[in-house]
Ligand binder design. Structure first.
Ligand SMILES: Nc1ncnc2c1ncn2[C@@H]1O[C@H](COP(=O)(O)OP(=O)(O)O)[C@@H](O)[C@H]1O
Ligand SMILES: [Mg+2]
Length: 334
């Protein structure tokens, strides 16, 4: 998210939309339902963000990121997080070379464009923080040297809501590195039927027709990112999103009850992510300006993991979703 965007190709918004729309069509053909997940992956791609996905096993999380990889010019890698994983297993390490007695850095599996960090909460804090630092800095530091990650670097981390035993919950401060926290739900009966049909069809044909899509080029992604950053965002929409973020920390002006529930709200990084996500949402809707509705459409998934509620809220069964929904209903849109 920090490095400036290099190697731009010139694309008109129409060309860039068409290129991204092709990728979206590919994702929608391969993933039945799960619109929220598909959209958030696209928005992360369009802004340099990362996605934390929570959902039971078997809900197409792996399939979603693999399908994203197959529809674009990007390499993909999956890392299963386990209790015995070490930071160096992720980042790589200096390896001794007996030929000349020197050490040379051997890149770890983090050096890929699209990274699936599966069950991130199964690895201890040191490993999580190695990943989250890399996400924040766009580089990996081993010893005295730093190594840049690929310019296109998107992490999709998964968390399983069940089996909390033996897991290491991600610290709040680090959750903040994710642009989105998406919850995936079970498909409807109709979607379930379609999944059966699709997977049966895949077992019959070696390659599905949709898999043969012309890949989105990285240069096209960077061109689209520049357009997203260039959309018009009026001062009143900017104030609105800043007000939402501030109200997540100090909602007393809106409601005594909300103020009694919250321990911790969103940071300036949260505001940056909210702004970028809203821009990406507007861009995907082929608009050249950002509306309050764009902010509202992404607010729940951008803010929920940045809000920490107290025991009182938990005792009353109030979730961070509910808290964010209450905020949205109380803070007046321009
Ligand atoms: N919405 C869906 N669309 C298409 N296939 C699906 C969907 N949900 C589940 N599947 C299928 O179910 C299986 C499990 O999906 P997978 O991506 O491995 O799940 P997860 O990573 O969430 O545990 C795969 O065969 C996948 O094709
Ligand atoms: Mg999986």
């Amino acid at each position: 998210m920090s490095a400036p965007l290099t190697s731009p190709v010139e694309l008109t918004p129409t060309q860039a939309h068409a290129a991204v729309q092709r990728l979206r069509g590919h994702l929608e053909a391969e993933i039945i339902g799960q619109q929220a997940l598909i959209e958030r992956l696209l928005m992360a791609l369009l802004t340099g963000g990362h996605v934390l996905v929570e959902g039971a096993p078997g809900l197409a999380k792996t399939r979603a990121i693999k399908t994203l990889a197959s529809g674009m010019e990007a390499d993909f890698h999956r890392i299963q997080f386990t209790p015995d994983l070490l930071p160096a297993d992720l980042t790589g390490s200096d390896v001794f070379r007996p030929e000349d007695g020197s050490f040379r850095f051997q890149r770890g599996p983090i050096f890929h464009n699209l990274l699936l960090a599966d069950e991130i909460n199964r690895a201890p804090a040191k490993v999580q923080s190695a990943l989250l630092e890399a996400m924040g800095e766009g580089q990996v530091t081993v010893g005295a040297d730093s190594y840049p990650l690929p310019e296109l670097f998107l992490v999709m981390a998964t968390q399983n809501p069940i089996e909390q035993e033996g897991t290491y919950p991600l610290p709040e401060a680090q959750l903040d590195r994710f642009m989105f926290h998406v919850r995936v739900a079970y498909p409807s009966r109709e979607a379930g039927r379609e999944i059966l049909r699709l997977v049966r069809q895949e077992a019959l044909d070696e390659v599905s027709a949709a898999a043969a899509v012309e890949p989105l080029r990285q240069a096209e992604v960077f061109a689209a990112r520049r357009q997203v950053l260039g959309l018009h965002l009026s001062p009143s929409v900017e104030d609105y999103l800043l007000e939402l973020v501030e109200a997540s920390r100090a909602p007393a002006a809106y409601s005594r009850e909300l103020a009694d529930w919250v321990r911790w709200g969103a940071s300036p990084r949260g505001a940056i992510h909210l702004e970028r996500a809203a821009r990406a949402h507007a861009w995907l809707s082929t608009r050249d300006f950002v509306t309050p509705e764009d902010v509202q459409a992404v607010a729940a998934d951008v803010l929920r993991h940045r809000v920490l509620l107290n025991y009182e809220a938990q005792a009353e069964g109030v979730s961070s979703e509910r808290f964010v929904a209450e905020l949205l209903s109380r803070v007046a849109a321009p």
